[in-house]
Ligand binder design. Structure first.
Ligand code: XMP
Length: 513
């Protein structure tokens, strides 16, 4: 059965991933592609609809990203959002100008409920606006379907050609009825039936893994995190004993983590994964000696993972496939798409050029985190494992700013352990997206007892996020921070100062490197 799909055509806006996620939440599969996709490529994918994203440019700028006007003649329904809406207006003969008043943030929008996009949506409805240009004249054949006091065309449509556009962002949570609007587009305009469900994903992935792997041998890189655990269990269901899971303790794990992972996935746990633990701590410390540049650290850690897997594969003999728990945001953030390289995630951009496996298999490559969790539940993985906060592949290596040493690893492990313990005691653990301690490379003067100290500063971070693409610094109660600070400076040797990171993403990232 061919699955229904919506193409999200990326014009460089910051919410592009979010559009795909929201569409998928409506049980319709969506993929993000660069706006440079050719008409033939689009036709070959046979999409049920196309969504133009927002973007930072002005449509009348010379270098602004544009697609061919032929796209409107394909007969495929189109929804333009923000820049995408202006682009539709511009390409089809309407007028886009700098707005006399820019709109940013929560805005009350009056909608015309007879337009299919706004069916079942209240009027006024609160939407998220972020624009300095606006459509001052809609193209011929279009009518305005929503407005605000300062934006005469907050939405427009031409139902005859199945073209729709909103100046606001239906994909962000602040647009209170945005999901309804996207659902109206995919179901009522594109005629989707909603065949993207996790039970069918799990079933069809197991089937296709079996077909691909046949009676070959597979090695799965298991870190104990949500993604690789789900990938391992998926593979185990698909190929049973042909699978070996290798867990590398690179000496950059959280306190006790190596033993905890072994307890769950090792021979005494509930899964049959042919679990092998490789203690490679010293090897990593040696490779990382003297290295301070974050991307170089990431690449070294990524390469070393692969080398360990290759060695283990040789011991097993005739292993063709390496399985990794790479997920969609890893792929996008590693710059394999069009967007800038922010960081090389160790299991994607951090791969060395030559890898001694016939193929790398990434069964979760197209899933967002919440979808991976759903797949995990489908596979019967317990809730406490499925809901664990993410821990990056390069581990504490990217939470120690500058050179990594064994001594620094110990410091950050202890501080992080205390922080996690107190967060859990305060009952905050389930509500936070991610929280951890990092070691700043800064040392400063302090006084303890009657002595001068010159020790490291620990940074505490906690963020609220639903997708890890954007995040807000969490407002941890002061009493909790004070308690954690007090315990860290008293219990962790080498630390005399604790700081809390108040920065969101953007402009910071969640991890420090
Ligand atoms: P950033 O720091 O880019 O992190 O805001 C976003 C999310 O990704 C995690 N992260 C990684 N996960 N390998 C991973 O498996 C990596 O190299 C990596 N780098 C960052 C990070 O913990 C956060 O959840």
């Amino acid at each position: 059965m061919e699955k229904e799909m919506i193409i999200v055509l990326d014009f460089g806006g910051q919410y592009n991933q979010l559009i795909a996620r929201r569409v998928r939440e409506c049980n319709v599969y969506a993929e993000v592609h660069p706006y440079t996709l050719t008409l033939d490529q689009i036709k070959a994918m046979n999409p049920k609809g196309i969504i133009f994203t927002g973007g930072p440019n002005s449509v009348y700028g010379e270098d602004s990203p544009k697609c061919s006007t032929e796209i409107f003649n394909l007969g495929i329904p189109i929804l333009g959002i923000c820049y995408g809406s202006q682009l539709i207006a511009h390409l089809l003969g309407g007028k886009v100008e700098t707005a006399p008043v820019s709109e940013y943030g929560h805005t009350e929008v009056e909608v015309d409920g007879s337009d299919v996009i706004f069916e079942g949506v209240s009027s006024p409805t609160v939407c998220w606006m972020s624009h300095t240009d606006y459509i001052s004249q809609v193209p011929e054949g279009f009518r305005t379907t929503a407005h605000t006091p300062v934006c005469p065309t907050a939405a427009m449509s031409c139902p005859e050609r199945k073209i729709y556009a909103t100046q606001f962002h239906p994909e962000v949570m602040h647009t209170q009825e945005g999901t309804k609007m996207l659902s109206n587009f995919v179901y009522k305009v594109c005629g989707c039936k909603g065949d993207w469900k996790m039970d069918s994903f799990v079933e069809s992935t197991i089937q296709s893994l079996r077909e691909k792997i046949g009676d070959g041998k597979v090695l799965c890189a298991l870190s104990g995190g949500v993604d690789s655990s789900v990938a391992a269990v998926l593979l185990s269901k698909a190929v049973g004993k042909q699978l070996t899971c290798v867990f590398v303790d690179h000496g950059l794990l959280r306190k006790n983590e190596g033993d905890e992972v072994e307890a769950v996935f090792g021979p005494n746990g509930p899964y049959e994964l042919n679990f092998i633990r490789v203690n490679a701590q010293q090897r990593y410390y040696d490779k990382l000696k003297g290295v301070t540049e974050p991307e170089q650290k990431r690449k070294i850690i990524g390469e070393e993972f692969i080398r360990v897997f290759e060695e283990e594969a040789k011991k097993i003999g005739a292993v063709d496939y390496l399985v990794q728990g790479t997920i969609y945001p890893d792929v996008i953030e590693s710059g394999l798409g069009k967007s800038a390289v922010i960081k090389s995630h160790h299991n994607v951009g951090g791969l060395p050029d030559v890898v001694d496996f016939k193929e790398i298999v990434e069964p979760l490559r197209l899933l967002f985190k919440d979808e991976v969790r759903k797949a995990g539940r489908e596979l019967g993985i317990p809730e406490y494992l499925v809901n664990r906060q993410p821990f990056p592949g390069p581990g504490l290596g990217i939470r120690i700013i500058g050179e990594v040493t064994e001594e620094k690893v110990k410091i950050v492990q202890e501080a992080d352990y205390i922080y996690r313990e107190e967060i859990a005691k305060a009952g905050l653990d389930k509500g936070l997206g991610q929280y951890f301690a990092a070691l700043t490379n800064m040392r400063s003067v302090g006084v303890m007892g009657d002595f001068r100290t010159y020790d490291y500063a620990i940074a505490l971070r906690a963020v609220n996020t639903s997708d890890f693409m954007t995040a807000d610094a969490a407002q941890i109660p002061w009493e909790v921070l004070a308690k954690v600070t007090n315990r860290i400076v008293n219990e962790v040797k080498g630390v005399n100062r604790v700081m809390y990171d108040c920065t969101g993403k953007p402009p910071a990232t969640i991890e420090f490197e």
